[in-house]
Structures are given as C-alpha cells and as structure tokens.
Design a binder for this molecule. Structure first.
Ligand SMILES: C[S@@+](CC[C@H](N)C(=O)[O-])C[C@H]1O[C@@H](n2cnc3c(N)ncnc32)[C@H](O)[C@@H]1O
Length: 233
C-alpha cells in the first residue's frame, strides 16, 4: 500500500474532495513531462504533489497560499520526497515565478478561488508555461446556473461569496475562450464526483462536517466537478 492509499493519511491531509482521485481522472489521457518543472498550483497539504513526484522525474513545485511551506517540506521529507518537491508559500497573483518556467501546471480544487475573472489566465497563469505546455485543472462547479435562485438551505452553509466561485461548464468555457494565450482543448464534467466527495465527507475534518450537511441539504443535486485542459500558444 502506498501512502496515498492510506485512508488515515488522506483524511489528515485532504482539504476538500479527494484530490488524488480527481487528479487520477484528470491525467488519465495525459502524458506528463518526464523532466523539467511542473507546478502544483494551490497544492494545499501536498497530496497531489506527492502523487506527481511518484509519477514523473520532473521537479515538482508545490505552491500554496494558506499552507506554510515549512509544514509541507516536513511532510515531504518524511516520505524522502523533499529533493523532488520544492515548497513555495505564495499567492500566485503575486507572480512568484519567472515566465515560461514550467512545462505543465496542474491545479486541483483551487483555481475557482482566484481564477474566476477574465484577466487571470492570460496575466498570471499562462505566462508561466512554455509554448505548447498544458494547464490542467479540476475544480468544483455547478450543474446549471443557480445564482439568481440559490436554495436557502444551502446558504446556511455556503455564503453568496462562496457561490461566486462556483459556475457551470458553459460559464467557464466562455471565460477560457476569451484567453488570447491559451487554447481550450477540453472542458467536461468529471466522473469521480461521488468517489472524491465520499472520501472527504467520511473524514472528521470540521470543514468536511459542514460540507456534509450542505451536501445532504441539496448540494449533491447542484454541484459537479469540472476538468479543464488548456494548451499554451
Ligand atoms: C480547497 S484547498 C485544496 C488544496 C489541494 N489542492 C487539495 O485538493 O487538497 C484550496 C487551495 O487553494 C489555495 N489557493 C487559493 N487561492 C490561492 C492563490 N491566490 N494562490 C495560491 N494558492 C491559492 C489555498 O491556499 C488552498 O490550499
């Protein structure tokens, strides 16, 4: 059993629906670069960074805003992965890397927090990737637009501001199609919703406990997971 199959380890380090399961589906048809640099954007406690380090010889940059780099560094050192993963604590909107530093960017359950505005992809994300490099994302979304009619029961758990991060595929598609520096190769609803959410909701993380109530109050009927594949021009 690898560490990422250990349910206790996952429960300790998940920050939302199981990111390892989500990344597995996102990468199912993708060949990762075997060397160079890969950015795990919004890596949280680094579960996906660990999975990436196990999958490729490329150097992984595990960047996160809320989680301290030292905390992640200690976690990776325990797994003898500290040489393969570089930890960075930064806001991606502060432009912490030089342009074209990465072959690929991967971002699980994070892009919707900061990427839901028109300029973000072209100004902050695409410049970091080499020509023809991929930007791969997966994040929670909506099955259809409900912003004018958010069920009251859900507003007990998620605020109107939280809902500003959630949108349906068509909304994201329109946003990404405005990008001048990337080509949208694919955007779709993912299959792993139940598996990824069930792992998260089974944990006793206080955020999972609240999310569980929201899911039981209709969240499951309106939410989905969206995967996106963009190519740098
Ligand atoms: C729900 S957590 C998901 C963490 C991890 N990807 C996972 O799936 O377990 C969202 C993450 O996005 C990161 N994030 C949000 N805004 C960010 C920003 N502007 N720059 C970098 N990371 C950001 C947060 O620090 C947080 O760890």
């Amino acid at each position: 059993m690898t560490i990422l199959q250990d349910k206790d380890y996952l429960a300790e380090n998940m920050m939302g629906p199981n990111s390892v399961v989500i990344m597995e589906e996102l990468l199912s048809d993708i060949s990762l670069p075997i060397d160079g640099n890969i950015l795990d954007l919004g890596c949280g406690r680094g579960l996906t960074s660990i999975a990436l380090a196990q999958r490729t010889k490329a150097q992984i940059y595990a960047l996160d805003l809320w989680i301290d780099a030292d905390e992640n560094r200690k976690r990776f050192k325990k797994l003898h992965l500290d040489g393969k993963i570089t930890c960075v604590n930064a806001d991606i909107l502060d432009k912490p890397f030089i342009p074209k530093f990465f072959e690929t960017i991967i971002s699980i359950d994070s892009y919707h927090y900061f990427g839901n505005k028109e300029n973000i992809l072209d100004e902050y994300i695409a410049p970091l990737v080499k020509k023809d490099g991929l930007i791969l994302m997966a994040f929670p979304g909506l099955k259809k637009d409900i912003h004018d009619n958010i069920p009251e029961t859900l507003l007990d758990y998620w605020s109107k501001e939280d809902f500003e991060c959630f949108h349906e595929i068509e909304w994201w598609k329109n946003l990404f199609l405005k990008s001048e520096n990337t080509t949208l190769l694919n955007i779709q609803q993912m299959n792993c919703f139940d598996m990824a959410w069930n792992d998260w909701l089974a944990s006793d993380n206080p955020f999972a406990v609240e999310d569980k109530k929201a899911m039981q109050c209709g969240g499951r009927d309106i939410m989905n997971l969206i995967s996106v594949i963009l190519k740098k021009k």
